[in-house]
Ligand binder design. Sequence first.
Ligand code: ATP
Length: 655
Amino acid sequence: METPKPDKLDRTKADTGLNISKKARVIAKIRGFADLEAESANWVCIQKPNGEDSDSVTVSFGEQPSSRKECYKLDYCYEQNEGNGIIFAREVKPLISEVFNGINATIVACGAKGSGKTRVIQGSYEEPGLAALAVDEILSISEKMGKSITISFYEIFQDHVYDLLDPKQQEVQILENGQGKIQLKGLSQVPVKSISEFQKLYISMHNSRKPVQKITMDLPRRSHKGLIVNVSPVSNFLPTGKMNFVDLAGYQDIRRKSTEGSIFVENTKVNKSIYTLFNVVYALNANESHVPYRESKLTRMLQESLGCKSKILMLTCLSPSFCQDSMYILPRSVSTTKTQTGSQMHSSTKKATGVASVVKGRYSLKFSVQVRKLFDEAIQSTKSEKMSQKVFTFLLLQWVSGNHSYVNLLGKSDRLKSKIQESSSSDMASTIQSLVEEQDDSPLAIVYQQETTESDKDSFLHTQENQGKITPNADRSLKDLSLVEERQIIDKENNHFLINKDMSPPLSERLQEISNNLKQLISSTPQCIEIPPKNDTSNIQACADIVEPKTPDGSMIVYEKWEIANMKSPWETFNMRSSGMKNSLVQEYLKLLNTGGKEDLKRLKGIGEKRASYILELREESPEPFKNLDDLKDIGLSAKQIKGMMKKEMECLFN
Ligand SMILES: Nc1ncnc2c1ncn2[C@@H]1O[C@H](COP(=O)(O)OP(=O)(O)OP(=O)(O)O)[C@@H](O)[C@H]1O
């Protein structure tokens, strides 16, 4: 094997002054120009304050507009003219002596697709990679000690580990024994005696990967590849040290790529395991109590070589010319060092340290489903009968602010409108009536509480009549407003929730609660609402003032008069209410993602079978994977797509 020049190779920890006491050292390597690449670009800029002896360097990307130029601090960055020999001598060789002392070391190459990871780790016959250089060194030390080494090769495809030394490439089981030791059941370990034997094996391993699954027959498979070198320690009292080399699958931003079928799943799994590795390294560097090893097979199988006293070298490979994915992956890999701020961490890292969940069990789901139903119904009804946006907004505000029990659903016909008008003697009906009048001929109808039972309504109306709050006319109109379709919806929901009865309170209880709220609200309406004169154009505003968007809690909301008095201008108030409405919608949307069943998820725009399944998978690993809309990126959606989806949900309300 061609060995790098001694002056470069012999530079170890002592003479380079490198600080390898840190858990993870994060470095980068700019790949040389490939054959067809223009050599003019100088896209990656490095600042080395003390040349190659710099404790840290700064990397930025030249193509970014200067105003948005971001710099990333790394432990070091190797340039195009610096080959594998130098990286080995400075970064890997110091770790080898640690491995002979029973300490595990892991060298991970990450980076965008085609950024040179394989070239650095595996190399070629002409220019051996870090793995081959390390095995060469380890073999020579072992030989002197009269010891031998064994190696294992594996591949992780779609979060399954396969043994590459096994002709059948059997799946490897990751087991943990009673003492918390990780065992890789089914992973072959073969002795290697010479570097040429190793090189032959290694290169053939990479080139002869069998398609593990049918779907990948025609497509290049995105997978992680790993090598484990088991090293006998210098003393029998020390444990066997391991040196791991991981050539991660190239990072590809799936938001900008096709998200169809199996490729979407494959890409998502690859990216997720990359993020998990970053999160693990981040947690280890930050000395966090919880390290999410279990979130991917890669980190789980490497647990013993990442945690404890292990050493980690994160090597981020960068394309020399413009590469959007490099701009994405570098900040993430950099965030594995302690010095980075939370904002640079991947969202799932943020999740790990984020605030506690505010989801309140199945109630959220029920509420979400109901909101959804409301939206669906609104879409249907407004298709044929143009609804006033303002009135609809008002009603929606009622709904999303948790005030289900007041005015519940948008109705459908002029007949209902006239019935509401007949009910003018009741406070509630008067309010509704003035709304209707305000909106000219809008065919608005308000459906009386959809979730209450007939007997609830009867008893409610009876009570109201006895209290002189509702006229017999109002009785009739309110009764007539019960729509058959709504009953069907409720029946469906009943069935749906019965399935989940172990996780949610019985629907009857919930209905009772809502019914009570309704009664309470109606009885308290005169105290809360100041009914404006009939022709007062601020009607809508005044009515909107009675609701304040809040996190729904199922209880009635009482509004103080000062809230009405303190309103600044109709526009400001409307604006405030709209923002509240939007926020509430987003919160409910997230709750649905965090708690909804597969079928519910599929009803959301942009979520099909695959994404719904993946969301469920994410939820198995983390109870609340969606904390903000940005987290939808984890299921392969771009910021633009997320915005578009939310816009569509909103548009549907008004079309
Ligand atoms: N130092 C270099 N000089 C010239 N060309 C290089 C260099 N490193 C890599 N390349 C070329 O760049 C291409 C990608 O390299 P490589 O396969 O190592 O990237 P990768 O990051 O492992 O890709 P993938 O993400 O697909 O696994 C190859 O054609 C390789 O020959």
